[in-house]
Design a protein around this ligand. Sequence first.
Ligand code: BYC
Length: 330
Amino acid sequence: MTAVTAEHTADTTHQAHFDAAVAADERIEPRDWMPDEYRSSLVRQMAQHAHSEIIGMQPEANWITRAPSLRRKAILMAKVQDEAGHGLYLYSAAETLGTSREELLDKLHSGRQKYSSIFNYPTLTWADVGAIGWLVDGAAITNQVPLCRCSYGPYARAMVRICKEESFHQRQGYELLLALSQGTPAQHDMAQDAVNRWWWPSLMMFGPPDEESAHSARSMAWKIKRHSNDELRQRFVDICVPQAEALGLTLPDPDLRWNEERGHHDFGAIDWDEFWQVLKGDGPCNEQRITQRRRAHEEGAWVREAAAAYAAKTASDKAERNEAQVEATA
Ligand code: BYC
């Protein structure tokens, strides 16, 4: 057998094992062979997800100093810290695919990798913190619970923990909006205004319509994604309608109504031109978000350097101790 044929046979066997594992709903682990496109598509999605978590800290952190009570401030600080933690789980999970965190951050900072469109909208009032918790975290959970069954083990396991924390985030947003909605008329109006502004961008979080989704078919065949963008968007709308009613708030869509035949709510047309424009970098806050991220990265250089120096020192101290021990026992 020539080297080329042997290589081809090995690849075919690996591919067959991979296909069988995916078909049997087994997890693919970092040590396993996987097709190059599977690996690169996972890096793409997981990096985008990790970037969203850390960029997502900005719009809410904007309100930490202005939270209306100590209780609200403590909750918001904990939530923003949770988002940083989610970013770290996801960068670590992406590293298991052979890519470094530095490389991923560099791609974010130079605009070669995306983050969620939703974080390019401003947080204008305190009620926006509630609307983000209820709608943005709510959409994130709807999208991410199925990712707990993703075929790639490290991503699926990271998602289990993230989803538990996102559920808490969603509830705190709902509770915040409820307090405002049942407060003074001005507070109620503030809550309604926030929901009016965040509703449509939240629906865009699920990605383009299925017929325009470049990656869905392949990601679903690989069991990275378990449902299409439109399926999850519909699920989210159906969940939100009764919750909005319980909140005493309306959703800003005159076409929103129950469709008995489909067993789902019909809803109005999404402004996809706006979505693509935000993705291209022309959203209300793209410039601000990426500038702030680059600045935070530069200002954090000393922390990374100190951590690396400490790790090197600990490793050399340990090596010295081991050497001394070997000499003493010799
Ligand atoms: N924003 O073929 P498609 C959170 C891109 S929540 C920006 O359908 P796919 C948080 C897409 O990447 C948010 N870009 O893609 C919550 C692709 O571009 P590339 C993070 C978007 O991957 C609260 C192109 O459009 N969640 O973390 O099959 C506080 C075509 O799309 C968006 C996740 O990332 C968008 N909305 O499906 C703090 C969940 N939608 O890559 C933080 C994991 C699409 O070819 N990700 N694009 O250049 C996913 O589930 C999937 O990647 C998506 C898109 C459903 C988002």
